[in-house]
Design a protein around this ligand. Structure first.
Ligand SMILES: Nc1ncnc2c1ncn2[C@@H]1O[C@H](COP(=O)(O)OP(=O)(O)OP(=O)(O)O)[C@@H](O)[C@H]1O
Length: 257
């Protein structure tokens, strides 16, 4: 079991003139295999929170642990999928994937095979010799998903990975990512501005307050909605009701600031 635990985590950015408190006393526990989304107004610290969990930043106070290990620096057990795919345009898809493994120091004959298997499973087996600009945006994000899965992390950090895609591609990719992560029993944290996406993909939705981000409320998504594909969850009889609840709470938060 590798529960992710944040205990009283605060983070500030020091600039020449002042210190900006970005996150204040965040305490949260995420179980193995859980899918949690983070929602909140622009600038409330969502990306900062992911960077802390990924070990790219250190908190000014508090502690983050994955299982019994404190997260202090970037860690092979944690994978990223971002809004941009960050594929190198001069390398083929296969070379990009192999570079990803090498950068994370996980390259071996077996991880190479795994990466190519994932590429096949996600419908891109025939694209491995192409260059990124020969693929659509949705395909490139699928490659980014393969790159993340190939290092076999137990925790996946998703920072708005669908926001640059057209609506149809976004819905299809949400289903693919959800299905893949659930069947591999991965834990995932998704940062998004899209309330519908958060509801459709998650077991829980965490709403942060405006800066400095604090946990304002945590919404449990009913199991029968959380356990089905996001596209189907959007058609669920209680989806709109859930949407309204979170929407109204976000409006209340915005009005109070
Ligand atoms: N490197 C930095 N130096 C100084 N301040 C920063 C830095 N990075 C972020 N901040 C500030 O910290 C706060 C939180 O930023 P962060 O990017 O985590 O918010 P966010 O919720 O992800 O925003 P958005 O929804 O707009 O992407 C913001 O006020 C931002 O201006």
């Amino acid at each position: 079991m590798s529960t992710l635990t944040l205990s009283n985590v605060s983070m500030g950015y020091v600039t020449k003139r002042e210190t900006t408190l970005a996150l204040d006393s965040i305490s949260l526990s995420i179980e193995d295999g859980e899918f949690v989304s983070i929602l909140g107004p622009s600038g409330c610290g969502k990306t900062t929170l992911l960077s802390l969990i990924g070990g790219l930043l250190s908190p000014i106070s508090g502690q983050i642990t994955l299982g019994d290990q404190e997260i202090k620096k970037s860690n092979a057990a944690i994978g990223y999928m971002l809004q941009q795919d960050y594929l190198f345009p001069w390398r083929t898809i296969e070379d990009n994937l192999m570079l990803g493994l090498k950068i994370r120091r996980t390259y071996s004959e077996s991880t190479r095979r795994d990466a190519l298997n994932w590429l096949q499973q996600l419908g891109l087996g025939d694209k491995k010799d192409l260059y990124p600009n020969q693929l659509s945006g949705g395909m490139r994000q699928r490659v980014a998903l393969v790159r993340m899965l190939a290092t076999n992390p137990s925790l996946m950090l998703l920072d708005e990975p669908f926001s640059a895609l057209d609506y149809q591609t976004k819905l299809k990719l949400e289903d693919l990512v959800f299905h893949t992560l659930k069947s591999e029993r991965k834990t995932a944290i998704l940062v998004t501005h899209d309330i519908g996406e958060a509801i459709a993909m998650s077991d829980r939705v965490v709403l942060l307050s405006p800066r400095p981000g604090r946990i304002h409320r945590v919404f449990e998504i009913p199991k029968d909605m959380a356990n089905i594909l996001p596209f189907d969850a959007r058609q669920h009889q209680h989806f709109n009701e859930q949407f309204q609840i979170i929407w109204k709470e976000m409006e209340r938060l915005a009005a109070a600031t």
